[in-house]
Ligand binder design. Structure first.
Ligand SMILES: [Zn+2]
Length: 203
């Protein structure tokens, strides 16, 4: 902290095998000796190269940036993604698609909401299509883990993506859940998200 040197922070996201998400560069911006911990803030690479011009040191600029929500999100995002994808063994919860490039770590309750925490119990690994369908209420997930497709979509006739990718999944249970119970979606969060789906469907 005194030398204002950039560090690489390895955050554990899984055990057996041990997996870490590297976040860099980060700076130690504060010491909390009574709690025996440090406050760590990420610095985006762009700002690092640009160097602050207003007389701030890198550390001072980092502290200013850390105060913005944007920076906190940038730190949480890769850790949330790694944790969720690992828990779902790189598979879409809805269709079991197993290509990491096509998967997202979706929030059950959006992170703009107070309860939208970046925790695996508020997450699900979803492929791009199912993530977008979930976020736009074309698809809901019942608290008992059954997929629901918006009624008007079930009436629609179209190509294979609509048919196999959405309509045929209606009423089917999720295909992939974390094997550890403690990592499965929290019931209250699913309840709330399903309520939002029903409200969206009725509208
Ligand atoms: Zn999917």
């Amino acid at each position: 902290m005194e030398l204002e040197l950039p560090l690489i922070w390895f955050i554990g996201v899984g055990m057996k095998p041990a997996l870490f998400q590297a976040v860099c560069p980060v700076y130690i911006i504060e010491e909390e000796p009574e709690l025996q911990r440090f406050v760590i803030a990420p610095m985006d690479e762009e700002a690092f190269v640009r160097r602050p011009t207003d007389g701030d040191t890198v550390l001072q600029a980092t502290i200013k940036r850390y105060m913005s929500r944007e920076t906190k999100v940038r730190l949480h995002q890769p850790v949330f993604r790694s944790t969720v994808l690992r828990a779902y063994e790189d598979r879409c919860a809805v269709c079991n698609l197993g290509h990491r490039e096509l998967l997202d770590a979706a929030h059950i309750i959006p992170d703009s909401h107070d309860l939208g925490i970046a925790s695996v119990v508020n997450g699900m690994a979803l492929c791009k299509i199912h993530h977008a369908a979930f976020d736009s209420f074309l698809m809901g997930i019942r608290p008992d883990h059954v997929v629901q497709i918006r009624p008007d979509l079930l009436e629609e006739v179209d190509g294979p993506m609509l048919q196999h990718g959405l309509k045929e999944l209606h009423g089917k249970p999720l295909m992939k859940l974390p094997s550890a119970r403690g990592e499965r979606p929290k019931r209250e969060l699913l309840d709330m998200a399903y309520g939002r789906f029903l409200a969206g469907t009725a509208a």
